[in-house]
Design a protein around this ligand. Sequence first.
Ligand SMILES: NC(=O)c1ccc[n+]([C@@H]2O[C@H](COP(=O)([O-])OP(=O)(O)OC[C@H]3O[C@@H](n4cnc5c(N)ncnc54)[C@H](OP(=O)(O)O)[C@@H]3O)[C@@H](O)[C@H]2O)c1
Length: 364
Amino acid sequence: MTPLPETHRALVLTSTSQPPEVKIIPTPQPTPGSAVVRIEAANIISYSKHIYNGTRPYPFSLPLVIGTSAIGRIAALGPDSVSLKEGQLVFIDSFVRARDDEDAAFLFGVHEGHTEAARRLMRGEWRDCTYAEYAKVPLENCYVLDVEKLGVGVEELQDISRLLVPYGGLRDIDLKTGESIIIAPATGTFGSAATKLALAMGARVIGVGRNLEALKELQTSYANDRFEIAQITGDVPTDLKTLQTFGTIDAYLDISPPEAANSTHFKTCMLALRKGGRVSLMGGLKGELTIPVKVVVSKDLRIRGKWMYERQDVRDLIKMIEVGVLKLGGQTVEKFGLDEWEAGFDKAVEFGGSGGKGSAIIVP
Ligand SMILES: NC(=O)c1ccc[n+]([C@@H]2O[C@H](COP(=O)([O-])OP(=O)(O)OC[C@H]3O[C@@H](n4cnc5c(N)ncnc54)[C@H](OP(=O)(O)O)[C@@H]3O)[C@@H](O)[C@H]2O)c1
């Protein structure tokens, strides 16, 4: 076993009104139930900049080594690890759950969750995240990546994190091969991931958005006969007519940003569903949403919310890549060192809403 260095470099946030700083701090040590991972590529969310400068006020306690999901190699293991091995390449899942209560969950480095128990977990044992040379991670959040089976490298594998989010919603509403699903907005970072996943799952996708050019660009890049597009104008009767031209629609997944809360597309998409249609609401909306209750009732619509995904979804998504049903790649990946975090955050903003054309990653 190669000993861990005594100290390492990490991007530390001490206040949302001050920029984070690269600091030299003690290297995390493996404790029971954990692995210490040497980070190779950590994702940057399109709105990371706004989370850490406080303009998208996510709850977390400071100081914090910031970060999110990542790809890395196991550097050291807690004494109770029985299967992971040092040197293995792993995907670090940022959705951390308490071992004695799966409902106490938080987003590593990003959001301390919705319960006091989740807050306690992130404020204590799992405070420090992946924008660092090393990160201590719960054993069960490390998923082994067999590069030979997967056939791609770290630059492609970093996209697992983006794809996993809408996969959680698609699985939750049990999307089936041959079904038709609306994805809205299809042009966003996660919307384009949802589109890619739903196509890989054998569905027909109707990609909805405001920007026809962006929709057309996405359609060209996915080049799949099962991917159709529909521009929304904001006028419900007009947009409903457009969606009705696609015939029976079984499901609708929405992953809108906060500023879309007053958009009419939620109503239009629900009205376009068949009897018994399913809805997955995944967007982080500001405020409340008006639901067309009469139609929801008369058509037996089932509306579900979904935060992230289940553990099994992570394993299944990796399998989809291993057997080639889900192809990674085709994205521009821009890498930034820890000291270049600001340029990385700006690049991620630029890639936001671009149909997943590119990713910015931190390479510590
Ligand atoms: N449930 C979960 O577990 C989970 C996890 C992660 C993220 N999220 C949520 O996912 C949301 C989307 O993130 P993202 O990274 O995909 O965002 P993004 O890349 O910025 O894309 C957002 C898309 O929304 C559309 N849009 C923007 N303003 C709109 C408006 N006023 N009305 C209608 N459409 C509008 C834009 O499409 P057009 O301009 O082409 O119309 C854009 O492509 C986040 O805000 C977050 O809350 C949820």
